[in-house]
Design a protein around this ligand. Structure first.
Ligand code: ADP
Length: 176
C-alpha cells in the first residue's frame, strides 16, 4: 500500500527542509551521540536551552513520549524530540509498543503544532539496537495508521542514514 505523502530519502536529517524534524533523543533531553548529537551540533544552542527548560519543568521525556522545541539554526522550524526504547530480547514486545508510541506521539505533537511536513530518523536502530527490519515495519505501519485519519500532515519523510535502513525502507516503500 503506497501513500504519496510518505517518502524515503537517504541522507542527513539536519539538512531536510521540512517544518519539523524528529530527534531520537534520550530521556534526559540533554543530547547524546548519533542523530541526537548531529541535530544539536547543526541546530545550535537554542535547542538545548529549550530542552533544559522542558527538563526543569517536567523532568525530561519518558520513553515513547515526545516534546517540541525550536529548530534553532536548522532549516526545520521545529525539532520534535522523542525517546525510543533500548531494545533487548527479553523486552522485545514492550519495546515494539514503545517504538510505535514514539512515532505516534511525535505525529500527534506535530499535528497539534500545525506541522505539515515532517522527517523521521530510524529511531532506536542505532545505539539502542532495535532490529532494523522490525523497526522499519513498526515505523511504516504507525505512520500509515496515523495518516489514514489525519488531514494536517502532507509529507512524512523517512530519512535513512545507513545503507541497511535505506534498503529496508526502499523495499517497503520504494519511490516509484
Ligand atoms: P538511538 O539511540 O535511538 O538508537 P541513534 O542516533 O544511535 O539513536 O541512531 C538512530 C538512527 O539515526 C540510526 O539508524 C543512525 O544511522 C541514524 N543517524 C545517525 N546520524 C544521523 C543523521 N545525521 N541523520 C539521520 N539519521 C542519522
Amino acid at each position: 500500500m503506497k501513500d504519496s505523502r510518505v517518502e524515503v530519502v537517504k541522507g542527513d536529517i539536519t539538512k531536510q527542509k521540512v517544518d519539523a524534524i524528529v530527534n531520537a533523543a534520550n530521556t534526559s533531553l540533554l543530547g547524546g551521540g548519533g542523530v541526537d548529537g548531529a541535530i544539536h551540533r547543526a541546530g545550535g544552542k537554542a535547542i538545548l536551552a529549550e530542552c533544559i527548560k522542558i527538563r526543569d519543568r517536567q523532568g525530561g521525556c519518558k520513553t515513547g513520549e515526545a516534546v517540541i522545541t525550536t529548530g534553532g539554526n536548522l532549516p526545520a522550524r521545529y525539532v520534535i524530540h522523542t525517546v525510543g526504547p533500548v531494545w533487548s530480547s527479553v523486552n522485545a514486545d514492550k519495546a515494539a509498543t514503545l517504538l510505535a508510541n514514539a512515532y505516534l506521539n511525535s505525529l500527534k505533537l506535530a499535528a497539534k503544532n500545525g506541522v505539515r511536513t515532517i522527517a523521521f530518523p530510524n529511531i532506536s536502530t542505532g545505539i539502542y539496537h532495535f532490529p532494523k527490519q522490525e523497526a522499519a515495519a513498526i515505523a511504516i505501519e504507525t505512520v500509515a495508521d496515523f495518516l489514514s485519519t489525519d488531514t494536517t500532515i502532507s509529507k512524512v519523510l523517512f530519512v535513512c542514514f545507513d545503507d541497511d535502513n535505506y534498503d529496508l525502507y526502499q523495499q517497503r516503500l520504494g519511490n516509484s
